[in-house]
Ligand binder design. Structure first.
Ligand SMILES: C[S@@+](CC[C@H](N)C(=O)[O-])C[C@H]1O[C@@H](n2cnc3c(N)ncnc32)[C@H](O)[C@@H]1O
Length: 219
C-alpha cells in the first residue's frame, strides 16, 4: 500500500486540502488592485511584503498537482528532492511520502515565514514523515545557496514566482539527467518559462494540467 493513500497521511491530507479550499485569499490582499497584485507577484524585491500578507494562508498546490508530485518522485525513484516554498507543508507531505515509498531519502524544503514553517513541521510529524525532511527557514535565496546534495532528482518551485530563475540557478548544477522540475503557477514567471523552454539550456519542458510547467533535465 502507498503511504499517500493510507493512514495517517490520507486523512491528514483530506483535512488539509479541505482547509486550503475553504481559506479565502481575498481579505489579505483586498486593498491591492489587480495590477498591483500582478506587479508584486512578478517582483524580485517585494515578495517578502506580498507573502507576509498571506502568511496565515496555506496557498497549497491543487490535489491534482500533489498527486503528480508523488507520481513523478516515485517514477524517477527520487532520493533527493529540493522544494522552494513550504507553506503549511502540503506539497512537502506528497514528496516525503514518495521518498518513504522509494526506500528513504532527503527532502530539503525552504520557507521564510516562521509560523508557516512551524505548522509544516507539525504536519510532517503528524504524517509520520518528519525524519525525511530538512526544514530550512529563511529566504531560499540564502538557504538553498549552501549544502545541497551532490545530485538532485526533483525540484519543486512554489515560492515567489519572480525568483524561479534564481532558485533554478542555485540547484541547476546538481540536477541529474532525467531530473524533474515542477514549477507551480509558472505563467507568472515569463523569464523562467523562456529559459526552460529553450532547448539549448538543457531541458525539455511543457505546460501541464492547469497551472504547472513540467521540465526535465536532459543532460
Ligand atoms: C504557494 S506557497 C507554497 C505552497 C506549498 N508548496 C504547498 O503546496 O503546500 C509559497 C510559499 O513560499 C514562501 N516563499 C516565497 N518566497 C520565498 C523565499 N524567497 N524564500 C522562502 N520562502 C518563500 C511563502 O511564504 C509561501 O508560504
Amino acid at each position: 500500500m502507498a503511504t499517500l493513500t493510507t493512514t495517517p497521511l490520507a486523512p491528514l491530507l483530506d483535512r488539509l486540502f479541505g482547509e486550503a479550499e475553504s481559506a479565502e485569499t481575498g481579505p489579505a490582499i483586498a486593498d491591492l488592485s489587480a495590477d498591483e497584485r500582478e506587479r508584486l507577484m512578478q517582483s524580485k524585491t517585494d515578495y517578502l511584503d506580498f507573502y507576509g500578507r498571506l502568511k496565515d494562508l496555506p496557498l497549497a498546490v491543487s490535489r491534482g498537482t500533489g498527486t503528480l508530485l508523488y507520481m513523478l518522485a516515485r517514477g524517477c525513484r527520487a532520493r533527493t528532492i529540493v522544494e522552494f516554498g513550504t507553506s503549511f507543508g502540503i506539497s512537502t507531505l506528497h514528496l516525503a511520502a514518495a521518498l518513504r515509498d522509494n526506500g528513504g531519502g532527503r527532502l530539503i524544503t525552504s520557507e521564510f515565514e516562521q509560523s508557516k514553517m512551524a505548522r509544516a513541521r507539525e504536519h510532517l510529524r503528524a504524517g509520520g514523515l518528519a525524519d525525511l525532511v530538512e526544514f530550512r527557514e529563511g529566504d531560499a535565496l540564502q538557504t538553498l545557496s549552501v549544502d545541497l546534495p551532490e545530485t538532485v532528482d526533483l525540484l519543486l518551485l512554489d515560492g515567489a514566482k519572480a525568483l524561479y530563475p534564481e532558485i533554478l540557478g542555485l540547484v541547476e548544477s546538481r540536477l541529474r539527467p532525467g531530473a524533474f522540475i515542477v514549477a507551480d503557477n509558472a505563467d507568472h514567471s515569463p523569464d523562467y518559462l523562456e529559459y526552460v523552454r529553450w532547448p539549448a539550456n538543457g531541458y525539455l519542458s511543457t505546460p501541464f494540467a492547469e497551472d504547472v510547467e513540467l521540465s526535465m533535465r536532459i543532460n
